[in-house]
Design a binder for this molecule. Structure first.
Ligand SMILES: [Ca+2]
Ligand SMILES: [Zn+2]
Length: 388
């Protein structure tokens, strides 16, 4: 398939941002044989808090399907309810054993498949029905939902590959060239860990007064943290499609019941939206982590990019929640030998602490399973969209 005009891509994005009914069917050749197509759906949430259903059809050779709902200023939580060929796939009440996880967030909601063993086994091709739920009251206007699917290339091209383009956003570094060099070195290392070619597509500096609010970003609450949402949504003039924004901020902290602590990185979502510029469109790592040593910075970036492309933690800190992949070991609370309520890497040796997506930095040389690589390689974020 040949590249189509960038005007078509701009139309699809405009439809997401402005809500343009019927706009936005398009296809772009990423150069690896696969291609992305998109459709913008408009959903109106009534007083019941649940929208009427809207249907769309995904071709049988689709490798992945991602949905993004963007509702700036929404105060309640957003969630999808999704059916494929008449069978309920996802609801906001989805239990932890669901085949593809669902996160409920403010402002902007992204969901993607495959994200699990069951999702990998089932093509996203078919007839889909999407409903949008707003937990906390009606939304005043129709909400645009961008559906993006990536189609396989010709069979002789083999497994999907693609390349990841990263937009590097250096916040509060005041022109420190060492910070950019450290970020680029860590990105090279992350490309090796993820087995994914990574290009730096753009470098943006945010300095002075613009950087002041982000000197320390509190990531408590994860993707829904107000500081994270403000960081990702600031207007930077970045291409909205085709690159993944990586923000390097001076310091990231998290508030816990026992006090505050520094964290190395945080992602705007699992996965993040395909189109950036919204409140969840990026990942953040701390300059402190990058300055610590090359290994720490490399692992921090690779781990957050893994989230951005759809990978969950193999085990959460409590040991009570895990990804839905059969290929990754689970570390359960039975391993909490000191009774701290947290399963630490040293307690999970041989039970997942060696995986890149374990919740905390453990192994000196973390790895990914074949299933995790397959999820990364199918992401529509790996498809290069032409510059507008
Ligand atoms: Ca423990
Ligand atoms: Zn994580």
């Amino acid at each position: 398939m040949q590249p189509r005009s960038s005007a078509v891509v701009a139309a699809a994005l405009g439809a997401l941002l402005a809500g343009c009914p019927g706009c936005g069917d398009d296809a772009v050749d990423p150069g690896d044989g696969s291609s992305v197509e998109s459709q913008t759906l408009l959903l109106t949430v009534g007083a019941s808090g649940l929208s009427d259903p809207v249907s769309f059809v995904v071709p049988p050779d689709a490798l992945s399907l991602h949905l993004t709902a963007r509702a700036p200023g929404a105060t309640g939580k957003l969630a999808f309810e999704l059916s494929q060929d008449g069978q309920l796939r996802v609801s906001y009440q989805t239990p932890a054993t669901a085949d593809d996880a669902l996160l409920s967030v403010h402002d902007e909601l992204a969901w993607g498949t495959p994200a699990s063993t069951a999702g990998l086994a089932r093509s996203p091709g078919g007839s889909w029905e999407v409903k949008l739920r707003h937990l906390g009251g009606a939304l005043p206007a129709p909400v645009p939902v961008l559906a993006v699917w990536r189609r396989a290339g010709p069979p002789e091209r083999g497994e999907p590959r693609g390349r990841l383009g990263v937009s590097l956003v250096l916040v509060g570094r005041d022109g420190d060239s060492a910070a950019e060099a450290a970020a680029r070195r860590a990105l090279d290392g992350a490309a090796n860990l993820l087995d994914l070619p990574i290009d730096v597509a753009a470098v943006v500096h945010v300095d002075g007064a613009a950087a002041a609010p982000f000197a320390t970003v509190d990531v408590s609450g994860g993707a829904d943290a107000a500081g994270m949402r403000a960081l990702f949504a600031q207007p930077l003039g970045l291409p909205a499609l085709g690159t993944l924004p990586l923000f390097v901020v001076p310091r990231l902290t998290e508030t816990t019941p026992t006090g505050g602590l520094d964290v190395f990185g945080s992602s705007g979502g699992i996965p993040i939206p395909v189109a950036s510029g919204g409140a969840h469109g990026g990942v953040a790592v701390s300059a402190a982590a990058l300055a610590l040593d090359r290994r720490t910075g490399t692992i921090a970036i690779a781990h957050e990019l893994g989230h951005a492309l759809g990978l969950l933690h193999t085990s959460e800190p409590s040991g009570g929640a895990h990804d839905h992949l059969t290929s990754t070991p689970e570390c359960t609370s039975a391993r909490d030998s000191d009774g701290s309520g947290t399963v630490l890497p040293e307690e999970c040796s041989g039970a997942g602490a060696e995986n890149l997506m374990f919740w905390a930095l453990g192994s000196a040389a973390p790895t990914l399973s074949a299933e995790q690589h397959a999820i990364l390689n199918r992401s529509p974020l790996l498809v290069k969209w032409p510059a507008p």
